[in-house]
Design a protein around this ligand. Structure first.
Ligand SMILES: Nc1nc2c(ncn2[C@@H]2O[C@H](COP(=O)(O)OP(=O)(O)OP(=O)(O)O)[C@@H](O)[C@H]2O)c(=O)[nH]1
Ligand SMILES: [Mg+2]
Length: 219
């Protein structure tokens, strides 16, 4: 549930990049920070790292103003993928309004992807979030590498799943915005039901996505 503050006229949304160690969650967030130009754009905060590895989380705050004058504020988080940091993953996932699952496309990482996705399901249960109701998108990252699972195989593997499947190279910046947009599209109807975006705030799904990206399509 997004935090809807009628006094401050503000809607706060928490989105989480989840996935196995080294799949490229932090790289997704860094690229997004470089590529997006929303009304409000904060700095990325990397809370404790060891080399490249996230030990606690990264946070990128951004936001925009709705035609109604209300603010929409997003907090984008990454979790630490290393197995030992499970308590932190659970804490970061708590009260999430949407999740991007960042999988590693390399063939030898498919077991890790599977385990991390199971771990996501388990932690969602532990924090009381119903995966069936949660805006969720799947991203296969590192498409620039040679030793990757082919797209058709991955599409077949997820054929019966209800979630959008995206392919990306966060390193090159490919597919990073498309992934975030896909999550925003999943999020819109949920938020519309909670906060009446279309009628009260006069913001359609397309306008919501464009404003969050900073692409300036305004009613
Ligand atoms: N070739 C390639 N390398 C990538 C890509 N995305 C990330 N990497 C590399 O993979 C390594 C791990 O990336 P991170 O973004 O730190 O991974 P993470 O998922 O945040 O890892 P943890 O914080 O340990 O969970 C880094 O060396 C990145 O440069 C990609 O699209 N292609
Ligand atoms: Mg990281």
């Amino acid at each position: 549930m997004a935090e809807i503050d009628t006094t401050q006229q503000r809607i706060q949304i928490k989105l989480v990049y989840y996935g196995p160690a080294l799949s490229g969650k932090t790289t997704n967030l860094t690229r997004l920070h470089d590529l997006l130009a929303p009304d409000l754009k904060g700095e990325i905060m990397a809370l404790e790292t060891q080399g490249d590895r996230t030990l606690f989380f990264d946070l990128f705050p951004l936001g925009f103003r709705l035609p109604s004058g209300w603010l929409v504020k997003f907090k984008l988080y990454t979790v630490p993928g290393q197995i030992v940091h499970d308590a932190t993953r659970k804490a970061v996932l708590s009260r999430a309004d949407g999740v991007v699952f960042v999988a590693d496309s390399q063939r030898n990482q498919q077991t890790n992807n599977g385990e991390s996705f199971r771990n996501l399901g388990e932690n969602l249960r532990r924090v009381g979030i119903d995966i069936e109701q949660l805006p969720l998108v799947l991203q296969y990252n590192k498409r620039d590498l040679d030793n990757i699972e082919d797209e058709a195989t991955l599409r077949t593997r997820w054929a019966t799943a209800p979630w959008p499947l995206l392919f990306a190279s966060a390193l090159r910046g490919d597919g990073v915005i498309a992934t975030f947009s896909a999550l925003l599209e999943q999020l819109y109807p949920v938020l519309d039901a909670e906060a009446d975006l279309a009628d009260t705030h006069r913001c359609s799904s397309a306008e919501f996505v464009a404003a969050a990206l900073g692409q300036g399509v305004r009613p």
